[in-house]
Design a protein around this ligand. Structure first.
Ligand SMILES: [Zn+2]
Length: 167
C-alpha cells in the first residue's frame, strides 16, 4: 500500500473527528523517516476556544520531544495534512524542522499560506530543504472538499455565527 495515501487517509479521519466536534475539518499526521506514526492532530479551535489550535500545530505539540530529538539527530519527519497549511502552521512546520509536507487540498481561497510564503523566496534556505507534495490523490481530495462543504453549514462557522447575530 502507498504509505502517503495511508497516512493521508488517517489525516482525513482526524478531519472528520474535528467536524464532529463542530470545528474546522482539518487533520494532520506526523511520521518519522521509517514511516512510523509519531503523532496525530486535528483542529481544536472551537472545542478549546483557541484560535491557534490548528491541526498541524496540534500534531506538532502532540509529537512532543520526538520533534526536538529528530532535529538533533537530523532525522527527517513528514507531516500529512488534509488542507494546505496556513501561514502560522507553515511557520510551525519550518520551526519543527519537518522535511516533507503532503496535503490533500490546495487552499487558494482560504488562509492557505505555504505556497504563498514559499514564493516570496524570503526563507528559501528553509523551504528548499522541504519536499512538497500537493493534492496527490483526487478521490481523497474530494473527501476533504466534501468535509469543507459540510463545515460551511456548521453553526460554528464564522459566517453562520455572524448571521445568527444579525437576526
Ligand atoms: Zn494553520
Amino acid at each position: 500500500m502507498n504509505l502517503d495515501r495511508y497516512y493521508l487517509e488517517m489525516a482525513l479521519i482526524e478531519a472528520e473527528k474535528a467536524l464532529e466536534e463542530n470545528t474546522y475539518p482539518i487533520g494532520a499526521v506526523i511520521v518519522d523517516e521509517k514511516y512510523k506514526l509519531i503523532a496525530k492532530g486535528r483542529n481544536r479551535v472551537h472545542p478549546q476556544q483557541d484560535a491557534t489550535a490548528h491541526a498541524e500545530i496540534d500534531a506538532i505539540r502532540n509529537a512532543g520531544e520526538a520533534i526536538l530529538n529528530a532535529k538533533v539527530i537530523r532525522e527527517k519527519f513528514t507531516i500529512y495534512t488534509s488542507l494546505e497549511p496556513c501561514p502560522m502552521c507553515t511557520g510551525g512546520i519550518l520551526f519543527a524542522n519537518i522535511k516533507k509536507v503532503v496535503w490533500l487540498l490546495n487552499d487558494d481561497l482560504g488562509f492557505g499560506g505555504y505556497r504563498k510564503i514559499k514564493a516570496t523566496n524570503v526563507f528559501d534556505e528553509r523551504f528548499n530543504e522541504v519536499e512538497l507534495i500537493e493534492e496527490p490523490f483526487e478521490d481523497l481530495k474530494k473527501r476533504q472538499e466534501e468535509l469543507m462543504e459540510k463545515w460551511a453549514t456548521n453553526p460554528n462557522n464564522v459566517v453562520n455565527l455572524r448571521n445568527a447575530l444579525n437576526k
